[in-house]
Ligand binder design. Structure first.
Ligand SMILES: [Zn+2]
Length: 229
């Protein structure tokens, strides 16, 4: 039986590396597949890993229809045994429904890889649908670490170095125009950082911790200074 498998974790835990590995392992076994991504860090139509690996991929836009794509490929004589779908947090719930239908009706394995929650700690729509529909959910084994050394579980967005909890759900990490709240679009440096829940709740990013403490905290130690946060 084909399966819809969902691999998830916060940023920096090797999700795109896993997507590339899944594709490699399946292809090495003689299976034919397709690789998909959306808004990859390296640009459109690519799956790239922070480790330096990259491979061309099909870009999933809002209009993209997985069902139509796969059926068209099959009816034109191409073979598809599996799909590897990276950055699934950017897919719509409807697109995830299409993936489940492909698994059930066409017996094609789907490996979905992506973030579970956004910078406001809320589920992305596509991620929620994957939790609802997946045959199997796996949390990535590589643990991303907060600056304090605890397991990092939450994604924080910073704008010009300040952690923010309001804004559009999808903003790429870059210098981009961001609304100043009064109708003006100003260029802002948007970045992301993974934090433990405690430091996400208290908005203590690595930069805030550094600025507050004269001595930087050694990673992995929760000394007296850490208790101040
Ligand atoms: Zn922390």
């Amino acid at each position: 039986m084909a399966e819809l498998c969902y691999f998830t974790g916060p940023m920096d835990c090797g999700k795109s590396t896993l997507a590339l590995q899944l594709d490699y392992t399946q292809a090495a076994a003689g299976r034919k597949g397709r690789l998909f991504s959306s808004h990859d860090r390296a640009g459109e139509s690519t799956v790239s890993s922070r480790l330096g690996l990259a491979k061309p991929a099909i870009e999933v836009t809002w209009e993209f229809d997985f069902w139509n794509y796969v059926v068209t490929q099959l009816t034109s004589g191409h073979r598809i045994d599996y799909l590897v779908c990276d950055e699934t947090q950017f897919y719509s719930a409807e697109q995830v429904d299409q993936l489940a239908r492909i698994v059930d009706e066409l017996q094609i394995d789907v490996f979905a890889v992506g973030l579970l929650t956004d910078f406001q700690t809320r589920l992305f729509a596509g991620s929620q649908r994957l939790v609802e529909l997946a045959d199997r959910i796996e949390t990535l084994q590589v643990r991303a670490l907060c600056w304090c050394g605890e397991r990092a579980t939450h994604n924080a967005r910073t704008v010009n170095g300040q952690m923010v909890l309001v804004g559009d759900q999808v903003v790429m990490g870059d210098t981009v125009p961001v609304s100043d709240g009064e109708g003006e679009e100003l260029p802002m440096a948007v970045a992301y950082e993974v934090l433990c829940r405690r430091h996400h709740r208290r908005r203590v990013t690595r930069a805030v911790a550094r600025a507050t403490l004269s001595d930087p905290l050694p990673l992995g130690e929760n000394g007296a200074a850490d208790d101040e946060f």
